[in-house]
Design a protein around this ligand. Sequence first.
Ligand code: ADP
Length: 373
Amino acid sequence: MAEVVLKKISKQYENGVYAVKDVNIEVANKEFMVLVGPSGCGKSTTLRMIAGLETITSGELYIDGALMNDVSPKDRDIAMVFQNYALYPHMSVFENMAFGLTLRSFSKDEIKKRVHDAAEILGLTDYLDRKPKALSGGQRQRVAVGRAIVRKPKVFLFDEPLSNLDAKMRVQMRTEISKLHKRLEATMIYVTHDQVEAMTMGDRITVMKDGFVQQIDTPLHLYTKPVNRFVAGFIGSPAMNFITGKLAVVDNEIRFKEESGDLDLHLPDSLPAIFKSKIGSKVVLGIRPEDIHVSFQESESMVKGQALVEVVEPMGNEVFIYLNSALTGTAGTAMVSRSAIRTIPTPGMVLPIGFDTGKLHFFDAESGLVIQE
Ligand code: ADP
């Protein structure tokens, strides 16, 4: 069992900056929890407070039900993997992996067994005598992970462990860490600024911004049910399209009239009643690129409009079409549609577009909160 609970945790640095404010997170036993958000949102500070590398200004941290606020890092039964690997250059791979166990006075036989077991899992058996400088970036990262594994900690903490690797190696290490998580059945908390890493690795994801938690949810829920505009825009690539406008009633129809471009959309009658209270207010319509269709049957359940094609990017299996909601191309909203259509449109064309009715998101223009019942 290794459950990690953060209760109203805040961190104020000496310079007065609040890096983290009232953070509540419950990481379940054996869960892979990702902390994600843009640079400076407080994710590393949160992880370092769990590790005991930063003091907690207020709030409580529990590991397995025990209060950890004043427990020293070495007594928390956690292991941390850093972005820069933090390997000792003068030591061999074996010695680097064994170092923490030697410090803790494990027997020579036990150290040998644990290092060899970890090396086997990570494919490092043939490299145990090498020094770090004779390894590739990916291998060094594996040694750093190995050093954590040999400790058999209750909780693994990862601080942007893949950001120094090239794109291909990052993808490979991503799946390796996911496999490792399944194999070790350990609780893992993983910090990254990369939403793709978060989406592909996390059982659940905590999205942070400006020191505050925005949403804690499964990857699928974050994608389909973002609670605010920030989460909606941060998760997903290309990002969700946002169109600012006003809700109005015309001839008994609820319409969305765009502020700057030419979109004037008849919204579905199935819209929840809460929208009635927003008539006349400024709202932001959110629609993901794959939910904007440029090719559809008239009978399909779509909110229909028109847009100007500005740029087309055929990717082979799909095409990205960059659209503008102003049919003259000036001052409208830039949007991107992503689909598998075969007939590629030409820039300059005005096309009928359809927004998938079930995939519309609406946000309050002031607060950014999702409008839903
Ligand atoms: P992230 O990991 O999400 O990039 P951090 O947790 O590193 O964010 O930082 C959160 C905020 O706290 C930032 O505004 C950063 O400038 C500030 N900060 C981080 N470390 C310190 C420090 N040692 N002293 C003062 N402010 C800090």
